[in-house]
Design a protein around this ligand. Structure first.
Ligand code: SF4
Length: 496
C-alpha cells in the first residue's frame, strides 16, 4: 500500500523502499519521520518520486543481491537513487564504486541529516561515500559505560535528535516520536535495542550494526502509545538480541518489567518478543513471556544448530538436551506456546553425524516454524577463515534434506493444533477472505490463520477467539467462537 505524507508548501517527493527485516522497517519509518518533518512528501511508491531511497539489507549473499537488484531497478525508473541501510553501511565506498547507478551511498551517520543529503543529491552534488568501519569500536566495551558515550553515535531506529533538533534535555516521554508509519498494518515493529555484543563466528552484523545499546523504557512506552494511537494492535519487539535488553541500563532483567507495561498500553492487544538468544534465556524471562497477560507465549529462539562441536565452532552454547529442556520448561508454563528457530547447515567442519544430530533435535523439538539456511562465507567473519569447508554440493544436499524435514515437522505441529482454541489478530480482509495470526504466528516469518464461518464485519486489528478446524502446511483454518471481536480492555488472555 502506498502512503503519502507531507507538510504544506513543499513538493519534493521521496519513495522509501525497504528490504530485509523488521528492524529495517523501523529504520525506514524513522527516516520517513525525519523527511516528512522537513517537508518531503514521503511515499512507498517509486512512480513519480524525485528520489528513491532504498533501505538495503546486507545479511547474506542472497539478501545483498536482492538489494543491488532493487537499486538497479529503481535507477531504471529515472529517479535519483540513494542507497542506505545495512548493505550501504557495510560496503560504503566499495558499493559506490561498483554501482555508479546509485546517486549516493549513505552511512547510518547520515540519518539525522537525511533531508540535507537528499536535497544535495537533487541539486546534483556528488556526496563522497564513507569508508566502512567496525562500529563496535564507537562505544565502550563495558555496556554500563555506553549510556553516557552514546551521544554523538548514530543509532538507526533509536529516533535520536539530530544537530538541528537540540532537545536532548527533554525527557524521552515528552519528546515527539520521530517516526512516520509507512503502512496501515495493525502490527508494527518496536525497536528495543540495536547492535550485538555476541561473537558468533558466522555473523557480520555486529561489525556494521555496532555494540549493543538498549533504548530507555520511557522512550519505548511513548512510542508504543503513539503506535497504538495510530491503530496498531500488536507490537513486535525487535533488536539483534532481545534477551540482552537492559544490560547496558543497569538491569539485565529489564525486559521482564517492560513487557507488562507495554501490554498495558491502551489499544495494544498483543505484545510479541522476537530474536531471543538461547544462551541468555533465564527462568524469569521464560515465565514473563509464557504467563504475562497480553504477551504472546511465543519463543523465537535461534538455535542455529544442535550438535555441540558445531555450536562451539560457531561460538555458541548449548546442545540438543539443553535446548529440549528449555522448550520443556516453556511448555510446562504454557502448553500451547509457539516456538520457532533458524538453523544453518554446512557450517565449516560439519559432518554427517552433526547433521543427524540436528535432525534428531528438530524431530524432538515440536517447533511451529523452522528457517533453514545454507552456510555461506561472509566477509570479515571468523568462520570464513575456518578450515573444513563443506562442499557446495554437500551443503545443497543437506539443505534439501533438512528443509523437507522442517516442512514435514512444522506441518505436523500445525495439524496437532486442530481442535485447539486460538486468539487470532486479523491482519487483512480482502474480497471476503479474512486472514490473521494466532499467538504462535509472527508476521512475515511464520504461518497464518484464515478465519471462516462467522466473519462478516471483521476488520483488520480485531482480535477473535476461534477454534482451529483445519491446517494446510504451517497455516491454520479456524472458526470464530463469538460474533464480536475481543475488546482490548476485556482481554485477560489476549495474545495467548
Ligand atoms: S539487520 Fe540484518 S537482516 Fe535486518 S536488514 Fe540489516 S542485515 Fe538485513
Amino acid at each position: 500500500m502506498s502512503e503519502a505524507t507531507s507538510s504544506p508548501g513543499h513538493d519534493r517527493r521521496v519513495a522509501l523502499v525497504t528490504l530485509g527485516c523488521a528492524r529495517n522497517e523501523v529504520d525506514s519509518e524513522e527516516l520517513a519521520g525525519r523527511l516528512a518533518s522537513e517537508g518531503w512528501r514521503v511515499t512507498t511508491d517509486s512512480d513519480d518520486a524525485d528520489v528513491v531511497l532504498v533501505n538495503t539489507c546486507g545479511f547474506v549473499a542472497q539478501a545483498k543481491q536482492d538489494s543491488v537488484d532493487t537499486l538497479l531497478a529503481a535507477a531504471d525508473g529515472g529517479a535519483a537513487v540513494v542507497a542506505a541501510g545495512c548493505l550501504a553501511e557495510r560496503y560504503g565506498e566499495q558499493l559506490a564504486g561498483a554501482l555508479p547507478e546509485a546517486a549516493a551511498v549513505l552511512s547510518f551517520d547520515d540519518y539525522p541529516d537525511i533531508s540535507d543529503r537528499l536535497s544535495a543529491v537533487l541539486a546534483g552534488e556528488q556526496l563522497p561515500a564513507h569508508a566502512p568501519r567496525d562500529r563496535r569500536k564507537l562505544l565502550p566495551l563495558t555496556p554500563a559505560d555506553r549510556a553516557e558515550a552514546r551521544t554523538g553515535v548514530r543509532l538507526p531506529g533509536h529516533a535520536q535528535p539530530g544537530s538541528s533538533e537540540p532537545d536532548q534535555a527533554t525527557p524521552a516521554h515528552l519528546r515527539p516520536v520521530l517516526r512516520r508509519r509507512l503502512d496501515r498494518s495493525p502490527v508494527a515493529p518496536l525497536k528495543l535495542a540495536s547492535g550485538c555484543d555476541r561473537r558468533c563466528t558466522f555473523c557480520a552484523i555486529p561489525q556494521f550494526r555496532g555494540a549493543f545499546v538498549s533504548r530507555p523504557p520511557e522512550e519505548l512506552l511513548a512510542e508504543a502509545e503513539w503506535l497504538a494511537d495510530s491503530g496498531v494492535r500488536e507490537l513486535l519487539l525487535v533488536s539483534e538480541n532481545s534477551t540482552s535488553y537492559g544490560k547496558d541500563l543497569g538491569d539485565p532483567r529489564l525486559l521482564e518489567q517492560l513487557l507488562p507495561q507495554l501490554a498495558a498500553v491502551t489499544g495494544i492487544a498483543r505484545v510479541r518478543v522476537s530474536y531471543l538468544q538461547p544462551a541468555e534465556m533465564r527462568p524469569s524471562l521464560v515465565e514473563a513471556i509464557a504467563t504475562t497477560p497480553g504477551v504472546a507465549p511465543y519463543f523465537d529462539l535461534s538455535f542455529q544448530h544442535a550438535s555441540e562441536p558445531v555450536l562451539r565452532r560457531m561460538r555458541r552454547f548449548g546442545s540438543t538436551e539443553r535446548f529440549l529442556s528449555l522448550l520443556q520448561e516453556v511448555r510446562r508454563l504454557a502448553p500451547e506456546a509457539g516456538a520457532r528457530s533458524n538453523v544453518i547447515v554446512g557450517f565449516p567442519g560439519e559432518t554427517r553425524p552433526d547433521v543427524a544430530e540436528l535432525a534428531r533435535f528438530l524431530e524432538a523439538a515440536s517447533l511451529d516454524a523452522i528457517g533453514v539456511f545454507r552456510y555461506s562465507d561472509e566477509d570479515g567473519t571468523e568462520a570464513a577463515e575456518l578450515p573444513g569447508k563443506v562442499s557446495d554440493a554437500a551443503i545443497a544436499r543437506r539443505y534439501d534434506r533438512l528443509l523437507a524435514l522442517a516442512e514435514e515437522l512444522c506441518a505436523q505441529r500445525a495439524a496437532e493444533r486442530v481442535g485447539s482454541t486460538v486468539e487470532v489478530l486479523v491482519d487483512s480482509v480482502e474480497e471476503g477472505v479474512v486472514e490473521g495470526r494466532a499467538a504462535h504466528q509472527a508476521p512475515e516469518v511464520d504461518g497464518c490463520t484464515t478465519l471462516v464461518g462467522q466473519v462478516a464485519g471483521l476488520v483488520p486489528g480485531d482480535l477473535v477467539t476461534a477454534k482451529v478446524c483445519d491446517s494446510d502446511g504451517v497455516d491454520l483454518v479456524a472458526e470464530p467462537l463469538q460474533s464480536a471481536p475481543v475488546a482490548a480492555e476485556d482481554r485477560q488472555t489476549a495474545g495467548r
